[in-house]
Design a protein around this ligand. Structure first.
Ligand code: ZN
Length: 295
C-alpha cells in the first residue's frame, strides 16, 4: 500500500472543501437551474450581471436532424462560451418565430403577441434577478427579424437593463471548403448538419439526409428588396434547404469553435460596456420631455 502523496492529500482536501461550498472552490455552474439561491447571488457577481439567453426553436430540420436542433446547438455553443468567460446561462428557451414550418410535424409555433410578451417578461425577470446585461444568443434563422425588433422596442419605455443580440456566427476566415452551394445551404444543410455532428452526433441520421430534396424550387419571382412572408415556403416547401448528406465533422468543429469564440468575445465586450446603459438612461429621460432635448 502506498502512502498518500502531498498531491493526493491536497486533492482530497480540495474535494472535501468543495462538497461544502462549490462557490468557495470557484466551481460555480454556468447553468441558472443548477445553482442554489445563495450560489446564484455569487454567480451574478462573478458574471458582472452578464447573462446569456440561448434562443432555440422546435421545428423540422430536414429528414435527418432532431426537432430541437437549433436549441441543442445554441446551448452547446453558449454553455461552452460561458465556461470560458463566466456568465449565467438561462434554461431552455424556444418560444420564437416559426410560422413557416407549421405544416410540418412537431413544430411549436407560439402566437406573435405571446412571443414578444414572453420574451419581455423573461428578460424583465432576468434583470430583476441581477442580469442587467442580457445577451440573447440566437440559434434560429427565423428569429433574425424578431430579436432586433424586440431590442428596438425596449426603447418604448424605461428599463434598467440592456439587451444585446448575438446573431448566428458559425462561419469565418479559414473555413474548410464546402461541398455544397453556400447560397442554398440555409436549413439542415451541409453547414448546420456539420455543427450538429459536433454538438449532438447521436441525433444526426446522416444516412437519411438525401431522402428529401433541399433544392430551391424558386416558385415566386419578385425583384430583390420586395419581401413577402411566403418566400421561404415558395423556395423550400420541405422545410429543408441545402444538402445535409455532405456534412462533415471537420466543418462542424470549425463552426463550433467559431461560434463559441464569437460568444466569448460578446460576453467580454458586454462586461466592459458601460455606455449602453448610460445612454439608454439619458434617452429615456429626454424622451419624457423632447422639447427640452439640447439642440
Ligand atoms: Zn436550424
Amino acid at each position: 500500500m502506498r502512502t498518500p502523496s502531498l498531491l493526493s492529500m491536497a486533492v482530497l482536501f480540495a474535494s472535501t472543501a468543495g462538497a461544502q461550498s462549490p462557490a468557495a472552490q470557484g466551481r460555480l455552474s454556468v447553468h441558472w437551474e443548477e445553482l442554489t439561491a445563495a450560489d446564484f447571488r455569487e454567480a451574478i457577481t462573478r458574471a458582472q450581471g452578464t447573462c446569456l439567453l440561448p434562443f432555440g426553436i422546435m421545428e423540422k430540420h430536414g429528414p435527418h436532424l432532431p426537432l430541437g436542433n437549433d436549441l441543442l446547438n445554441v446551448r452547446y455553443a453558449a454553455l461552452h462560451a460561458a465556461e470560458q468567460e463566466y456568465a449565467v446561462v438561462f434554461p431552455e428557451y424556444y418560444f420564437g418565430q416559426i410560422f413557416e414550418a407549421k405544416h410540418e410535424p412537431g413544430t411549436v409555433a407560439y402566437s406573435r403577441g405571446l412571443q414578444l410578451q414572453l420574451l419581455q417578461e423573461t428578460t424583465d425577470e432576468m434583470a430583476r434577478n441581477g442580469c442587467k446585461k442580457v445577451i440573447i444568443v440566437n440559434g434560429h434563422g427565423g428569429n433574425n427579424s424578431l430579436l432586433p425588433y424586440f431590442a428596438q422596442t425596449l426603447l418604448e419605455a424605461p428599463h434598467d437593463y440592456v439587451v444585446y443580440v448575438q446573431g448566428l456566427a458559425r462561419s469565418g476566415p479559414g473555413e474548410p471548403k464546402h461541398r455544397s452551394d453556400p447560397a442554398t445551404d440555409m436549413h439542415a444543410g451541409e453547414s448546420e448538419t456539420s455543427m450538429s455532428m459536433v454538438a449532438r452526433p447521436d441525433l444526426v441520421h446522416l444516412e437519411r439526409a438525401a431522402q428529401e430534396s433541399g433544392a430551391d424550387q424558386a416558385r415566386v419571382k419578385l425583384p430583390a428588396g420586395l419581401y413577402t412572408g411566403i418566400w421561404w415556403y415558395a423556395r423550400f416547401p420541405n422545410h429543408y434547404a441545402g444538402e445535409g448528406a455532405v456534412a462533415s465533422r471537420e466543418l462542424g468543429e470549425f463552426e463550433a469553435k467559431t461560434w463559441i469564440d464569437a460568444i466569448v468575445q460578446a460576453i467580454r465586450a458586454v462586461k466592459v460596456d458601460q455606455e449602453s446603459l448610460r445612454l439608454q438612461n439619458e434617452f429615456y429621460e429626454r424622451s419624457k420631455h423632447p422639447l427640452g432635448t439640447p439642440r
